[in-house]
Design a protein around this ligand. Structure first.
Ligand code: FAD
Length: 497
């Protein structure tokens, strides 16, 4: 590695950033923009050519495809994205979906209505009266506790005396009420409401949990599980132009606010120095007082110049057998009919070859969104889980693609002659595109042995390094990643007043 004088001579060393943020996913951009708002000079380094990571969009063959996430919640009152935008004085144009999702199971179409009462009636119609009302009323009540408290406890999980004091000061009755649900699982509720023997319902619950909590009823606790299962009972939004509109807005905010964003800068090494850190990328070196790593913990510890962080956080690191990646397809087709809903979960009659998935998730572009596809055409994003991605980095994609195409045609999304373009991505593609170890995506899954306060909190080295993103508390999804970025910024500012 070159020394500082050599780098200065070449003009490849940038000094004087307060904070360098690694990665421009929703976690990194949330942390960066809040720190910038507080007057810090922040630099965001992004390895990719686009911002947004798993919640972005990219252009190919005349269409804009989603990089990962397709459904968006968190913009309602007291939710993380709404809090973030409010803090920054920003607004985003988002269309609220009337019908957030349809689930196709055993030949039936289940409408996941936004209104709780309407949804309970639908659940009773499909799965029978027994247990549905108390199950969903309880889940919704707990999900409300979760969301209403999410941005009130920014020092959680506590890892310093300051955090403890702040958590104690902010504690409310509703937070105490939510505590017992961290100990119970969704399986406990299924037993309590006499639903565990209702096989189609358990199948439905598991597939819904997999897309939001990355695990099934035996493992997901009631706190995270309730928020996951009631996902459709909160405002679900569509962004015209694609998910990239959200990261784009935050990058624009950073640049307008005196901070910096640089793409194609892959961080390769972080070295603690006397008064901060040196961050080396593929082409530049930067120095800063603080670092926020907004990439998974698995990747973060490998960037450290020594093994100290890896050793310190080894108990928090999940390895491939506990993680998932995704097989994803982007498909453009002629839109010859209208669809009542944009998002569809399809349960499969037989598992997909090679990867064994039993359901797929399909999201369509909005018919009025002519930025993503021209008039008369539509774009579909299809994704499904690939467990233990280290073992399945690459496989014969064509076999899986063909099976998915058959399912989509069988469900009437398009006919073969209406296909315009398609491509697919396996775990290796995620690894190459976003550098996430083993290509794992969707965040750390929920496990019942890991309570919320046992997840990795934002502090990394007890000095000036912090972490956020979907491998840390509070985990997956855009609202979770955003909240983790808000928490990291909050803790950094709390520690270095
Ligand atoms: C197929 C799929 C579907 C999903 N569906 C939904 C959904 O519908 N709704 C929802 O809310 N969530 C969904 N999610 C989950 C959600 O998208 C993610 O959990 C969230 O966006 C993760 O954000 P993040 O900031 O933690 O990480 P990322 O989005 O992974 O951001 C990390 C960034 O860091 C960059 N990076 C990595 N290494 C380096 C390095 N060394 N140097 C510099 N930069 C680096 C990457 O390029 C990336 O841009 C989905 C995810 C996938 C994959």
């Amino acid at each position: 590695m070159e020394n500082i004088k050599q780098l200065l001579r070449k003009g490849a060393l940038d000094l004087n950033f307060d904070t360098v943020v690694i990665g421009s996913g929703m976690a990194g951009l949330s942390a960066a923009s809040l720190l910038s708002k507080q007057g810090q000079k922040v630099l965001v380094l992004e390895a990719n050519y686009l911002p947004g990571g798993c919640s972005s969009s990219y252009y190919r063959q005349g269409y804009w495809f989603e990089s990962g996430a397709t459904t968006l919640v968190g913009l309602d009152d007291k939710m993380p994205l709404q809090y973030l935008l409010q803090q920054l004085g920003l607004e985003i144009i988002a269309n609220k979906l009337q019908l957030p999702m349809q689930v196709h199971l055993n030949g039936q179409t289940i409408n996941r209505y936004h209104n709780l009462e309407q949804w309970i009636n639908e659940a009773e119609r499909v799965f029978g009266i027994k247990g549905q009302r108390p199950f969903w009323e309880k889940a919704f009540e707990v999900s409300q506790l979760v969301w209403s408290n999410s941005i009130k406890q920014l020092a959680f999980p506590p890892s310093s005396l300051n955090d403890l004091l702040q958590s104690a000061r902010n504690v409310s009755l509703s937070q105490l009420k939510s505590l017992p649900y961290a100990f119970g699982t969704i399986e406990d509720w299924l037993n309590e409401y006499g639903l565990i023997g209702n096989q189609p319902f358990v199948q439905f619950i598991d597939a819904q949990l997999m897309i939001t909590a990355q695990n099934t009823h035996q493992e997901v606790n009631q706190l995270f599980g309730s928020a996951a299962l009631c996902y459709t009972n909160y405002g679900n939004y569509y962004l015209k132009g694609g998910m990239i509109e959200l990261p784009k807005l935050l990058v624009e905010y950073l640049l307008a606010n005196g901070s910096d964003y640089r793409s194609r800068q892959k961080v390769e090494l972080i070295t603690p120095e006397l008064n901060g850190y040196r961050v080396d990328t593929n082409s530049h070196s930067f120095t800063c007082k603080y670092v926020v790593s907004a990439i998974p913990l698995n990747n973060t510890v490998d960037l450290w110049c020594d093994n100290k962080l890896k050793t310190k956080h080894s108990s928090y690191i999940m390895e491939s057998p506990k993680l998932n990646s995704a097989f994803q397809m982007g498909i453009a087709f002629n839109r010859t009919k209208s669809f009542p809903c944009l998002h569809h979960q399809i349960h499969l009659r037989k598992p997909l070859p090679l990867i064994g998935s039993t359901s797929i998730f399909v999201s369509l572009s909005h018919p009025d969104d002519l930025e993503r596809a021209p008039l008369g055409a539509a774009v579909a994003s299809v994704s499904t889980h690939v467990p233990d991605p280290e073992k399945s980095l690459s496989f014969n994609k064509k076999t899986v693609e063909d099976a998915i195409m058959e399912v989509l045609m069988e469900h009437g999304f398009f006919k073969r002659e209406e296909l315009l373009y398609s491509f697919s991505a396996d775990p290796k593609a995620w690894q190459d595109w976003l550098h996430r170890k083993y290509g794992f995506v969707g965040g750390y899954p929920q496990y019942k042995t890991i309570k919320p306060w046992q997840m990795k909190d934002a502090r990394l080295d007890g000095k000036g390094a912090y972490i956020c993103g979907d491998s840390t508390y509070p985990g997956q999804g855009i609202p979770g990643a955003t909240l983790s970025g808000i928490i990291a910024a909050h803790k950094l500012l709390l520690d270095h007043k």
